[in-house]
Design a protein around this ligand. Structure first.
Ligand code: SF4
Ligand SMILES: [Zn+2]
Length: 328
């Protein structure tokens, strides 16, 4: 057992996040705690659980203490991720959750506290452990509202109904729900992926205070990586992300999208020439929620020629998949 490693989080960093409650961007501290990790470990695109370790509950508290120690004395959003589920007793015990809530209250000026969990761990009692923290938000990785895509292509292991029931418990406990949706699961064409995420956002918007669009990227040692290496998968185009964000934002909901790995082969990308500009626009949109920063990309002089390739890809989708033919 590596004791020193276990006392340090996997990672922690500051950036800015949109603080919906005050309609402005404020500093956000993200801490990835090293825990026993996700128990499920079957999602085809996920390698997060590889960061798990044999840690004690005291180690977990030390990790958080170290991350908070040098945080600036100002209002922040605190996001604690565990590469699994914060409400899973096998990762974080009820006692540890209560101590974490106490640390959050003591530090003060943590204006919003966000943790992630699978729906099966959500209960009023476990949420109660976090009593007294300001603006508690539980993030649930639904990925898509389509049960077929989620069970066959992502192997997520829970249904839309499981998500809905968990979201209702969260809302009844006076916390809010952030829903993660995945742009372009494996085996789904570019066009169907855009349609799916827009439809999914519509179906989760009644339960979610924020929708986070995760642009699929290729993590190491995952089934998705094996598909990608053989040429059977391409991460989503950034144009698809822009299209999805603009459409979903029409619903007046907070939409976030952290374009992890954007512009790289393993991440969402376009042609290489326009990736940086589009990634910056998406990041700018995240903290302003102003869709005009994305619309500006479409003004003629800024539009890259690769957009025509992307448009052709969408145009011929129906031919490629025979979905223009009636019946079977
Ligand atoms: S996506 Fe979430 S539930 Fe699925 S294996 Fe990764 S950490 Fe576990
Ligand atoms: Zn381009």
């Amino acid at each position: 057992m590596n004791t020193l490693k276990n006392k340090n989080p996997v990672a922690s960093w500051f950036d800015y996040d949109y603080f919906k409650e005050e309609r402005k961007a404020i500093k956000a501290l993200t801490v990835i705690l090293r825990t026993a990790g996700c128990q499920w470990r079957k999602c085809t695109m996920c390698g997060f659980w590889q960061e798990s370790a044999d840690v004690t509950q005291a180690d977990i508290l030390d990790q958080l203490e170290r991350s908070l120690r040098n945080s600036p004395e100002e209002d922040i959003i605190l996001k604690i991720f565990t590469s699994g589920s914060f409400l899973d007793e096998r990762e974080i015990s009820s006692e540890t959750r209560k101590e974490i809530a106490e640390m959050v209250r003591k530090r003060g000026r943590i204006r919003k506290f966000i943790v992630e969990t699978r729906p099966e761990f959500v209960s009023a009692e476990r949420i109660e452990d976090l009593n007294g923290v300001e603006n508690l938000e539980l993030a649930i990785g639904l990925e898509t509202a389509n049960d077929f895509f989620r069970s066959k292509y992502i192997k997520k292991g829970f249904s839309f109904d499981d998500y809905r029931k968990a979201a209702e418990i969260v809302i009844d406990s006076s916390a809010t729900v952030k829903t993660y949706l995945l742009l372009k699961p494996p085996f789904v064409s570019e066009k169907k992926a855009i349609e799916d995420i827009i439809k999914s956002a519509e179906l989760v918007s009644d339960y979610s205070s924020t929708i986070s669009l995760n642009l699929c990227n290729i993590q190491k040692y995952t089934p998705l990586e094996a598909l990608w290496r053989r040429g059977y998968y391409r991460p989503p185009w950034l144009w698809s992300a822009v299209e999805a964000i603009k459409e979903i934002k029409k619903r007046k909901i907070v939409v976030m999208s952290d374009p992890v790995g954007a512009g790289y082969k393993r991440g969402p990308h376009n042609c290489g020439k326009c990736d940086r500009e589009i990634t910056e626009a998406i990041k700018n949109f995240n903290i302003t929620q102003d869709v005009r920063v994305l619309e500006r990309l479409e003004e003629n002089e800024m539009e890259c020629e690769c957009k025509d390739v992307w448009l052709a890809l969408l145009k011929y989708d129906a031919f490629l998949f025979d979905s223009i033919l009636e019946g079977t």
